[in-house]
Design a protein around this ligand. Structure first.
Ligand SMILES: Nc1ncnc2c1ncn2[C@@H]1O[C@H](COP(=O)(O)OP(=O)(O)OP(=O)(O)O)[C@@H](O)[C@H]1O
Ligand SMILES: [Mg+2]
Length: 282
């Protein structure tokens, strides 16, 4: 390498590098906090796995990692001799989270460069093996984590989730704009807490309004991937580490997640096909 002069000391190749063996990287984002990103990420991961895909899950919410609790993953990941990190496994999903490395209630206090380093390690140093989908659960907002992510790997796309309230949709539009700015394709939008069926009179109650996410998707010319009802079982499943998607496609609570999973898989494969076309043309 010496004869190559400056190149011997040149920085490693810049720009996002695909992860060998991983077909699709799909991020779940929202803009607003607490609208169900992690709930969607874990149930989407499980639904995709039950539909026959090999799935990994990155908890990119460094400050508020909820994936281990929602997946019932209590172990700590093993660091191998070569500094590679072995992912945890729960419900057939490989996963990694800061919450497994530093469990408990103590927050991680970090500067930007450390955060970037962790995102890089989670993607590049974890022994993911062969995956059809790597789902990335994003933190709320439009901040640093997304920048680190897009600088590290090419994403197939993002799924933007919102409740139908105007407040959540205002933030969802910001998230759409952010993904546009960093050139991440939005695969579609999901409405969460779309309606609530009263257990007593069985009437639908629109606690956060209804239909706004589909309208927003239409305005932005994006596919609407599905609506998830507000349902205590969904919350309960998350709290005990047994997400409702485990009940299978025909369960009332789980079926919307399977519908969304099928739509995400179709969109991702469509995207991959158009990417190839672009490469062939240019
Ligand atoms: N459809 C639903 N029905 C009932 N509870 C839900 C539903 N979706 C999410 N929840 C509950 O609402 C709470 C917030 O959801 P979740 O943690 O998935 O949101 P988030 O967008 O990831 O939040 P954060 O921005 O803090 O990361 C959780 O307790 C979760 O179980
Ligand atoms: Mg979350």
């Amino acid at each position: 390498m010496g004869h190559m002069g400056g190149h011997a000391h040149a920085a490693p190749p810049q720009g996002p590098q695909p992860l060998p063996g991983i077909a699709h990287i799909v991020a779940v984002g929202s803009g607003k906090g607490g609208v169900g990103k992690t709930t969607l990420a874990v149930n989407l991961a499980i639904a995709l796995a039950r539909l026959g895909h090999r799935v990994g899950l990155v908890d990119a919410d460094i400050y508020g990692p909820n994936v281990p609790l929602m997946m019932g993953a209590t172990r700590q990941p093993r660091v191998l001799d070569n500094n590679a990190i072995e992912p945890l496994e729960a419900h057939g999903i490989k996963l990694i989270s800061v919450g497994s490395i530093s469990p408990g209630d103590k927050p991680l206090v970090m500067r930007g460069p450390m955060l970037h380093q962790i995102i890089r390690q989670f993607l590049q140093q974890v022994t993911w093996g062969e995956l059809d989908f790597l789902i990335v659960d994003l933190p709320p907002g439009t901040g640093d984590v997304v920048i680190s992510l897009v600088q590290t790997v090419p994403l197939t796309g993002a799924v933007v989730i919102s409740t139908p309230s105007d407040v959540a949709l205002q933030d969802a539009r910001k998230a759409l704009e952010m993904f546009h700015q960093v050139k991440v394709d939005v695969l579609g939008m999901v409405e969460n807490m779309s309606h609530f069926e009263c257990p007593h009179c069985h009437k639908a109650i629109d606690i956060f309004s209804q239909g706004g996410t589909e309208r927003t998707a239409r305005q932005f010319n994006l596919p609407f991937l599905g609506a998830i009802a507000l349902d205590p079982e969904i919350r309960f499943g998350g709290d005990r580490g047994l997400p409702v998607a485990l009940a299978g496609e025909h369960s009332e609570q789980a079926k919307s997640f399977y519908q969304i999973a099928r739509a995400v898989a179709a969109r991702a494969q469509q995207r991959a096909a158009t990417d190839t076309n672009v490469l062939e043309i240019s």
